[in-house]
Design a binder for this molecule. Structure first.
Ligand code: NAD
Length: 305
């Protein structure tokens, strides 16, 4: 395999994703603003570059895994001056661009419009699964774009994940991701308040969780990510909510959900409540922003020492 994959954004998610591509035999041309991220990518078998423009030279695929839509748009489309050209203008005609960042559908559509005017292939392909799945190569990808492009993307996406969905046109992947994370926030909060009410009545949180898991209250937060300390092993609740998926990132996704609701006239009363609860939780103590999102359980009662 001598195909070239340019990888831009080598953070908690992008780093291990790029490492898996290098392990699978792709030539990975990596770029990040952080020196530390570049060093790690190099030791994982990637070639590293000092600009994104240099990294995309000759690439068959360009993958971006960046913090937010603004950064993705400026990276892809450029800043308007020739000092910082957008990556879309620098690739080969046959290059396929894949944005895996969590962004608003509008950002994906804006990039898609420019790409299609230039005759360049682009899809949005945000991921679900978190850093453990990124390392294990077991992410889920939610793709938006032409079927042909999504089919072609599978060559690289299947190295990093094992569920690849085609959600619809460009932007549909972004919408699917935002819907999923809004629902995740809602059932995490619901699970937290239910367990805390049981505990206040003297129930053992493990017994109560077992009962609800076999009953109609069962859900992913309860089963795989129990927010109450001492119930499950290996989850953030068992390590003071360190690591995992930060409250700040969940808030970013819930704010994207609010925007998506406004632009489509959708009603999201529970999504809005979830956004406000996470926002209040974040404001009560700024350090909550970098705790795992299951720490929201603290809002509904004291935790055992
Ligand atoms: P991160 O902050 O760890 O990584 C982002 C990386 O992008 C950093 O290394 C940063 O230096 C780099 N960067 C920023 N601006 C850049 C630029 N202009 N050019 C090149 N590099 C630049 O974040 P992450 O956790 O890896 O998340 C990346 C994306 O994936 C986000 O959109 C996030 O919402 C999404 N996501 C994260 C998770 C998770 O569990 N962490 C899960 C699913 C999706």
């Amino acid at each position: 395999n001598n195909q070239i994959v340019a990888f831009v954004g080598l953070g908690n998610m992008g780093g291990p994703m790029a490492a898996n591509l290098a392990k699978a035999g792709f030539v990975v041309q990596a770029f990040d603003l952080s020196e530390h991220a570049l060093e790690q990518a190099q030791s994982a078998g990637c070639k590293t570059f000092t600009t994104a423009a240099a990294a995309v030279e000759g690439a068959d695929f360009v993958i971006t895994m960046l913090p937010n839509g603004q950064i993705v748009e400026s990276t892809m489309l450029g800043s308007g001056d020739s000092q910082q050209p957008g990556l879309l203008g620098l690739a080969k005609d046959s290059t396929l661009f894949i944005d895996c960042s969590t962004v608003a559908a509008e950002s994906s559509r804006a990039i898609g419009k420019v790409a299609s005017a230039k005759g360049i292939a682009f899809i949005d392909a945000p991921v679900s699964g978190g850093t453990a799945a990124a390392a294990a190569g077991s992410l889920a990808f939610m793709c938006g774009g032409d079927s042909q492009h999504v089919e072609r993307a599978k060559e690289v996406l299947s190295v990093m994940g094992n569920n690849i969905f085609h959600a619809g046109d460009i932007g549909a992947g972004a919408v699917a991701k935002i819907c999923n994370n809004m629902l995740l926030a809602i059932h995490m909060i619901g699970t937290s308040e239910a367990i805390q009410m049981g505990v206040k009545h003297g129930l053992d949180p493990t017994v109560l969780s077992d009962i609800m898991l076999k009953s109609s209250g069962a859900n992913w937060s309860l089963e795989k990510y129990n927010p109450y300390p001492g119930v499950a092993e290996g989850v953030p609740a068992s390590r003071d909510y360190e690591g995992g998926f930060f409250v700040d990132l969940m808030l970013k996704d819930l704010n994207l959900a609010m925007d998506a609701a406004k632009s489509s006239a959708a009603s999201i009363p529970l999504g809005a409540a979830a956004r406000n609860l996470y926002s209040v939780f974040r404001q009560a103590d700024a350090s909550n922003g970098r705790k795992d999102f299951s720490s929201i359980v603290k809002m509904f009662g004291e935790l055992p020492n």
